[in-house]
Design a protein around this ligand. Sequence first.
Ligand SMILES: NC(=O)c1ccc[n+]([C@@H]2O[C@H](COP(=O)([O-])OP(=O)(O)OC[C@H]3O[C@@H](n4cnc5c(N)ncnc54)[C@H](OP(=O)(O)O)[C@@H]3O)[C@@H](O)[C@H]2O)c1
Length: 285
Amino acid sequence: MGILIIGANGQLGSDLVKVMKGEELIPLTHKDIEICDLEGTRKVLRRYKPDIVLNMAAYHKVDECEKNVSKSFEVNSLGVRNVALACREIGCSLLHMSTDYVFDGSKGRPYVETDLPCPINAYGISKLAGEYFVRYLLDRYWIVRSSGLYGIAGSSGKGGNFVELMLRLAREGRKIRVVDDQVLSPTYTVDLAHKIKQLIHTEHYGLYHITNAGECSWYQFACKVFALSGLSPHLKPTTTADFGAVATRPPYSVLDNAALRAIGLDDMRPWEEALAAYLEERKGK
Ligand SMILES: NC(=O)c1ccc[n+]([C@@H]2O[C@H](COP(=O)([O-])OP(=O)(O)OC[C@H]3O[C@@H](n4cnc5c(N)ncnc54)[C@H](OP(=O)(O)O)[C@@H]3O)[C@@H](O)[C@H]2O)c1
């Protein structure tokens, strides 16, 4: 079975390549495919004729998306439409990545797949539009929403991630302020990649939430990073209002892996264990 990965050198993409070793993989980077170009995307998919496409490409710098709304829609909505159209034309299925930021965070309890999305920033709106394109263009698709991703590719300069940012600030002896009023389920890309691998070998198509188990604020996440690393930097909690980021973010975007549980595949470990595994993995780098 031919599996074509778009964004194969990104955080999640590079772990997908690792966990799918042994499968018939076609790992493509941005140099090989530009999803904003419909004709180019068609040409690439026609050339390789995969059975499944995994689309990891996104423009996901949330504050930048607010200032560059047209690029957000070009990549996260129209680009996804191009990929879905090309998949439809060659008759292959698509696994597409989406985000917890399709929700406004007002529910106060974990979001299930049947909850109505209501994004509150340009990134979330553009990602939700991408989901809708996939849903209306294809029958055989998996849309996977996840949150707070961190993986080893982020530690090697490819975009970075929250854990790496915390460790760098601590190393530099900086005063660190982290918001304590935004709650999520941080997710290790290795765990997510294993679950995606399992899911695409089923015919359980549809919408899935996939995150590590449990929840924490970004501040609690930072505390755990430092505790597990034996560091005690100058860390203080702050509020979203005081932090003053450009984009509005949901105060509570914990996802419940309800659809995964329903098909007997939700064995995602607690986020604390996953974080410890990541910190071990990066020691070897
Ligand atoms: N990071 C998070 O915390 C998070 C949370 C929830 C959901 N997600 C979703 O999960 C997915 C993967 O995230 P990630 O952290 O692995 O992202 P990432 O590390 O930035 O990887 C994205 C990959 O896509 C490529 N790409 C970007 N624009 C492209 C385009 N127009 N055409 C073709 N390739 C393009 C990038 O290449 P270049 O870098 O060379 O452009 C990169 O290799 C995304 O859909 C994202 O929205 C992420």
